[in-house]
Design a protein around this ligand. Structure first.
Ligand code: MN
Ligand code: MN
Length: 297
C-alpha cells in the first residue's frame, strides 16, 4: 500500500470498533476464568457478549490448555472445567468482516516467566513496527526475547495479515528470524502472536477438531449437509466456525460429508508434547506513518 492510505477510511474504523469490543470482552473473560469454571459456559458467554456489544465472533473462542497452542474450542456437550493449568484464550471480533484478533494467557499453574516471555516478545515486536520494517526482523526479536527467558518460540505458528472476512492472509509474521520476510506498509493490518513454550517449539496436529471453515464452493445432496452449508455461507462466509454454532441435526455427519467433498476444512487442535506448556499473547495492529496503532490494547 502507498503512503497516502487514508487511515480514517471506514474499514479502519470498523477494525477499531471490533478492537474496542474485544478489549472489553477479553477483560471480562479473564475475570471469569477460575478453577472449576466451565469451558463451554465461558465460550458461549464470550460469543454472546460480543454480539451484545454490536460485533460478531470472527472465529470460535479458542480455549487452549497446557500443551495445547491453538484451535481448541468446546464441543456441543463439552463438560470440561478449568484446573490449575495454563490457559490461553484467543478471541476474535469482526464488524462487517473487519477483524480484531487477540489472545492472552491466564495462568493458574504458577509459571509467571513463561507467560512473561510471550508477552514481552509481543511488546518488543510492536515497539519495532513502522512502515518498511521487515517481518523477518520482527520474527527475530520475538524469537530472541523468548529465548532470553530460556524458552523456545513455537516456530510453526505465526502471526498473519487480516483481510475482509479473512482471518489469515499474507503477510505471515514469524516467531523466529527468517531471511525471506516482507516489508510492512502503512495501512497493513496484522496480528502479531508470539507463543512461548518449555517444549521443543514445534506444535503437531492432534486428533480433535471442533473448528471448521468454508474452503470452496460446492453443492451436496444430503439435507443436513446442505443446511450446514447454507448457514455457513450466510452467516460465517469464509471465517472459521464451531460445530456448536450449527443449527442442523447430526452436524458431525454433515461436516464429514462436506470435508470429503473439500467444501469445508477442519482445524485440528495444535499442541506441543504432553507435559509441556505453551503461553501466547496476541494483538492486532494497523501500521501507521510513524509506527503502529494497536486496536486490541
Ligand atoms: Mn488469535
Ligand atoms: Mn491470530
Amino acid at each position: 500500500m502507498s503512503a497516502d492510505v487514508d487511515l480514517d477510511e471506514e474499514k479502519y474504523e470498523k477494525h477499531r470498533e471490533a478492537g474496542e469490543i474485544v478489549i472489553e470482552v477479553r477483560a471480562e473473560a479473564v475475570d471469569r476464568i477460575e478453577v472449576g469454571a466451565s469451558h463451554l459456559e465461558l465460550a458461549e458467554w464470550v460469543e454472546r457478549r460480543i454480539r451484545e456489544l454490536g460485533g460478531k465472533p470472527a472465529f470460535p473462542m479458542n480455549i487452549s490448555i497446557d500443551e495445547e497452542a491453538a484451535h481448541a474450542t468446546p464441543g456441543v456437550d463439552d463438560d470440561e472445567t478449568f484446573g490449575e493449568e495454563m490457559i490461553n484464550v484467543d478471541i476474535g471480533v469482526h464488524v462487517d468482516g473487519w477483524i480484531a484478533d487477540t489472545a492472552i494467557t491466564v495462568d493458574l499453574s504458577g509459571q509467571d516467566e513463561l507467560v512473561e516471555a510471550s508477552a514481552e516478545a509481543l511488546d518488543a515486536a510492536i515497539e519495532m513496527i513502522e512502515p518498511g520494517i521487515n517481518t523477518g526482523v520482527l520474527g527475530d526479536v520475538i524469537g530472541r526475547t523468548i529465548e532470553g527467558y530460556g524458552y523456545n518460540p513455537v516456530v510453526n505458528l505465526t502471526g498473519h495479515g487480516l483481510g475482509h472476512w479473512e482471518q489469515h492472509t499474507t503477510p505471515n509474521i514469524p516467531n523466529r528470524k527468517v531471511s525471506q520476510g516482507v516489508e510492512l506498509a502503512v495501512g497493513d493490518v496484522v496480528a502479531i502472536e508470539p507463543f512461548a513454550t518449555d517444549g521443543g517449539g514445534k506444535v503437531k496436529e492432534g486428533s480433535d477438531e471442533e473448528i471448521f471453515a468454508l474452503e470452496s464452493e460446492g453443492s451436496v445432496r444430503d439435507r443436513n449437509a446442505r443446511q450446514v452449508l447454507d448457514q455457513v455461507t450466510e452467516e460465517y462466509r469464509t471465517l472459521p466456525f464451531a460445530t456448536r454454532w450449527l443449527d442442523a441435526d447430526r452436524t458431525g455427519m454433515a461436516l464429514r460429508r462436506l470435508k470429503r467433498e473439500d467444501i469445508v476444512h477442519g482445524y485440528s487442535v495444535l499442541k506441543e508434547e504432553e507435559g509441556c506448556y505453551v503461553s501466547q499473547k496476541e494483538h492486532t495492529v494497523i501500521v501507521t506513518e510513524d509506527g503502529c496503532e494497536v486496536t486490541t490494547r
